[in-house]
Design a protein around this ligand. Structure first.
Ligand SMILES: NC(=O)c1ccc[n+]([C@@H]2O[C@H](COP(=O)([O-])OP(=O)(O)OC[C@H]3O[C@@H](n4cnc5c(N)ncnc54)[C@H](O)[C@@H]3O)[C@@H](O)[C@H]2O)c1
Ligand SMILES: O=P(O)(O)OC[C@H](O)CO
Length: 332
């Protein structure tokens, strides 16, 4: 437990895998925790120490005040974590707005870019909740690992460095080490785009293209992250950190990643309906469009978008990637 957190109350929006895991992390860091979810049965399960749908087989501490009443969940909170999927953020913040006092920080924990508009999630918060400071929490962290209390490190970014450090202090506990950053754009882009490359890595593995292809693809994907990051003003060193390289290492190499698993199913030619959330699917399409609009060369992102919308087969995507004009490796 950290000293600063003792009297604080955190509200978590979202009762899925990551919302539940972060609620537990906040509890372990000594905070009082409320959680809002839409499903009453899920709230009851979380309150008694389980989330069988999203975190099967994991029993955890009771003490999370889970409720379907948004006003009750937000009442008295001095920090709010937004942990619903990226594509639902705008709708959720619309519901949150009447209950959200000015000045309370909203910490984005979803990883994605809004499909319809191309908006980064922090700009959606600025639009809907202009009186609330925004922060972003991201990095290599599977919900099941965090819920089990296994150690990892993440980064919390806010434009005001003191807020970033306050939040990093607030959520750090024995097995969750939070670093602070003032590069909000870099941290959110790293988290959003790693999901697209995880789908690509999964597809490479699913199609049995070999470990060499997987490593080459992830490395060149990282170049695309740096290029798009530069176009958006992200700092390169942020992308070398936990929310860029760190999360790519995790998500592009583990079947535990839902995005990797989605890509692997795609690579094996399996049906894709009804799979768990894979944020990289909507994000690939909009990231390909944003890259084109910013004249950023992003052939892997474009290949993932084309694969997902059925415009190309894996064989065609690989051939297109392998026959591009040769160039110097360090060209950005
Ligand atoms: N699971 C992880 O390991 C992990 C880790 C880091 C970040 N994330 C990110 O966190 C976000 C959420 O992921 P998750 O793993 O919790 O997903 P999940 O599928 O486990 O749960 C999503 C939850 O959001 C709810 N939800 C969906 N739309 C909603 C809406 N409009 N209003 C209210 N609730 C809504 C669902 O009912 C569900 O309870 C994603 O952006 C994901 O990339 C997940
Ligand atoms: O299961 P994924 O692919 O959504 O990844 C979960 C986390 O983002 C890993 O850091």
């Amino acid at each position: 437990m950290n000293e600063r957190a003792e009297t604080s109350r955190t509200a978590v929006l979202g009762g899925g895998a990551w919302g539940t895991a972060l609620a537990l992390a906040a509890l372990r860091a000594g905070q009082s925790v409320s959680l809002w979810a839409r499903d009453a049965d899920m709230c009851a399960a979380i309150a008694r120490g389980e989330n069988p749908h999203y975190l099967p087989g994991i029993a955890f501490d009771t003490g999370i005040a889970a409720t379907t009443d948004l006003g009750a969940a937000l009442g008295g909170a001095d920090c709010v974590l937004a942990v619903t999927p990226a594509q639902s953020l705008r709708a959720v913040l619309g519901e949150v707005k009447p209950h959200m006092p000015a000045g309370i920080p909203l910490v984005l924990c979803a990883k994605g870019i809004e499909r319809e508009t191309g908006a980064l999630l922090s700009s959606i918060v600025a639009e809907i909740l202009p009186d609330n400071p925004v922060a972003v929490l991201s990095g290599p962290s599977f919900a099941a690992d965090v819920a089990r209390g296994l150690p990892t490190a993440v980064v919390v970014a806010a434009r005001e460095d003191t807020l970033a450090m306050d939040l990093a202090t607030r959520f750090s506990a024995q097995n969750l080490r939070c670093y602070a950053s003032d590069d909000v754009t870099g941290v959110e882009l790293g988290g959003a785009l790693k999901n697209v490359f995880a789908i690509a890595a999964g597809a490479v593995v699913g199609a049995q293209l070999g470990a060499s292809a997987q490593a080459a693809m992830v490395t060149r994907g990282f170049v695309e992250l740096r290029r798009l990051g530069a176009a958006f003003g992200a700092r390169p060193e942020t992308l070398m950190g936990l929310s860029g390289l760190g999360d790519m290492m995790l998500s592009c190499s583990s079947t535990q990643s839902r995005n990797f698993a989605y890509g692997a199913a795609l690579g094996r030619g399996e049906p894709l309906e009804g799979r768990p959330l894979a944020e990289g699917v909507p994000t690939a399409a909009i990231a390909a469009r944003l890259a084109a609009e910013h004249a950023v060369d992003a052939p892997i992102i474009s290949a993932v978008a084309a694969l997902l919308n059925g415009a190309v087969t894996i064989d065609q995507a690989v051939e297109a990637l392998m026959t591009r004009p040769l160039k110097h490796e360090n060209e950005i």
